[in-house]
Design a protein around this ligand. Structure first.
Ligand code: AHM
Ligand code: MG
Length: 336
């Protein structure tokens, strides 16, 4: 009977969010509308990524993005799709995209109450070789609807209402938290719908995998170096951890969420703030980790307590299983 129920349930993202919303009588369905536009963007990107090799969408668009990196055509395309979808939802007021230097203030006639921060296509180094890439997003409720400014966006991650990512991998997976646990949905291509496949994801309390770009080891600080050394040569008689590193944050974090372990993008001598961006990479992933029972740490503080000073700010991040992050927190506390 259970299997049968499964086949007829069709718990799509929209159904799931509507169910959650029914607990809040004051809700007006705006969030559901917003989310449906994000989901549409993800379906488009998924289909574009799947066709990329065929459609020759891959290649340089001849533009550079804010961080001075070369932009691939798929990045440009994905950004355009998300910006248009978000504005036309009528639910957004400020958009911050990794691909746009300036924040976008939505014109008054199309304004809603939500701020969306996003990286439309993360993992750019993996696009050309067909390895998993993803979209990351976070959602805030605006405070000053009549006179929005950048200060409305420069809030701690703690203030996020919802966060999620979509991974374009061997299947297309959408992972979402609206502050009430984490749920994973898989795209059924024949239906064109994301169906709940991973209800209430909890990260294992301790993991057996660490994930870091070890090529930067020569520039690491002591705490990071010590932590990674402990992963390989444990002092307590436990087995060494396995190393897995894809170089796509969405894929590395997704594996960490499901299997447990730790993902690190530390500071190093060359990049004192690490590489990853606070608003649309560190915050959404940290939010999901905490919602799944894990932790996220910057080397100095809880990641979600950070208050960014600019929209493209970077921060080191260590996130994953509760016990594994405790260990690195202790190492940073000891060197201070
Ligand atoms: P991107 O936004 O240019 O794609 O860079 C972000 C990506 C993350 O997905 C990933 O965690 C990280 O860069 C990998 O960086 P590195 O190649 O330095 O290990
Ligand atoms: Mg990125």
């Amino acid at each position: 009977h259970a299997a049968e129920a499964h086949r007829t349930d069709l718990m799509t993202i929209m159904r799931h969010v509507l169910n959650e919303q029914s607990k809040y009588p004051e809700s007006r369905g705006d969030f559901t509308i917003l989310l449906s536009h994000i989901v549409l963007g993800c379906k488009f990107v998924c289909s574009a990524v799947n066709k990329a090799g065929l459609a020759k969408l891959i290649g340089l668009a001849g533009e550079t993005n804010v961080q001075g990196e070369e932009q691939k055509k798929l990045d440009v395309l994905s950004n355009e799709v998300f910006v248009k979808a978000l504005i036309s939802s009528g639910q957004t007021i400020i958009l911050v995209s990794e691909e746009d230097e300036e924040a976008i203030f939505v014109e008054p006639s199309k304004r809603g109450r939500y701020i969306v921060v996003f990286d439309p296509l993360d993992g750019s180094s993996n696009i050309d070789c067909g390895v998993s890439i993803g979209t990351i997003f976070g959602i805030y409720l605006v405070e000053h609807k009549d006179n929005p400014t950048l200060d409305d966006v420069l809030k701690p991650g703690e203030n996020m209402l919802a966060a999620g990512y979509c991974m374009y991998g061997s299947s297309c997976t959408f992972v979402l938290s609206t502050g009430n646990g984490v749920n994973g949905f898989t795209l059924d291509p024949s239906l064109g719908e994301f169906i709940l496949t991973h209800p209430d994801i909890k990260i294992p309390k301790k993991g057996k995998i660490y994930s870091v770009n070890e090529g930067n080891a020569k520039n690491w600080d002591k705490a990071t170096a010590k932590y990674v050394d402990n992963c390989k040569f444990p002092k307590d008689g436990s087995s060494p951890k396995s190393l897995r590193y894809i170089g796509s944050m969405v894929a590395d974090v997704h594996r960490t969420l499901l299997y447990g372990g730790i993902f690190l993008y530390p500071a190093d001598k060359k990049s004192p703030n690490g590489k990853l961006r606070v608003l649309y990479e560190v915050f959404p992933m940290s939010y999901l980790m905490e919602q799944a029972g894990g932790q996220a740490f910057t080397g100095k503080q809880r990641a979600l307590d950070l208050v960014p000073n600019k929209i493209h700010e970077r921060s080191p991040v260590f996130l994953g299983s509760y016990d594994d992050v405790e260990e690195i927190k202790a190492l940073y506390a000891a060197v201070e």
